[in-house]
Design a protein around this ligand. Structure first.
Ligand code: URA
Length: 182
């Protein structure tokens, strides 16, 4: 049976509920051209209640605007895990499994045309990819009524510099074709 999104702000499906400040649900319009899915909230997001409000979000939405032509306000933005893991560690398999049904519920209500997952953890959880993001980025797949693709996480681009940014840009150009062709 599906979950009721009205229950998401008080979710206690995993132990992250004990350490979070806020459940970071996500925000954006219904039926957007693009839904962007990151890994999990960081400290700023846990405090502010919005996904991607730090430096990686700034880079990400600059690249999306430049390559795809969409502004942040036109995208629905969320994470696979809705609560901050302590010290920003990678979410555990159990946390990912507990939280994934919320994303399916969001996908069925929000009905994006194209889904972009960011980084290894999101790409595996959202699309079920086995390999690392270095081999799965740029691949176009079907997802629960939408088309999807994964690219590098913008935090990896902040660490890795222009070579990672350039791969993200070329993935986003493929994505633009999906958004435009929908
Ligand atoms: N990194 C993520 O994956 N998600 C956020 O919301 C912020 C940083």
């Amino acid at each position: 049976m599906g979950l009721d999104l009205a229950d998401l702000p008080t979710c206690m499906r995993c132990a992250l509920s004990l350490t979070r400040q806020r459940v970071v649900i996500g925000s954006g319009p219904g039926h957007p051209a693009l839904m962007v899915i990151g890994e999990a909230p960081g400290r700023r997001e846990d405090e502010g209640g919005e996904p991607f409000i730090g430096r990686s979000g700034q880079l990400l939405f600059r690249l999306i605007e430049e390559e795809v032509g969409l502004k942040r306000a036109q995208c629905f933005v969320t994470n696979v895990v809705k609560c901050r893991p302590p010290a920003n560690r990678t979410p555990t398999r159990g946390e990912l499994e507990a939280c994934r049904p919320w994303l399916s519920e969001q996908l069925s209500v929000i009905r994006p045309t194209v889904v972009l997952a960011l980084g290894n953890t999101a790409a595996r959880s959202v699309f079920g990819f086995d390999g690392g993001i270095g081999t799965t980025h740029g691949r176009v797949v079907d997802l629960e009524g939408a088309v999807g693709m994964a690219t590098f996480h913008p935090a990896a681009a902040l660490r890795g510099g222009p070579s990672v940014v350039n791969v993200m840009r070329s993935d986003l150009r493929i994505l633009k074709g999906l958004v435009g062709g929908a």
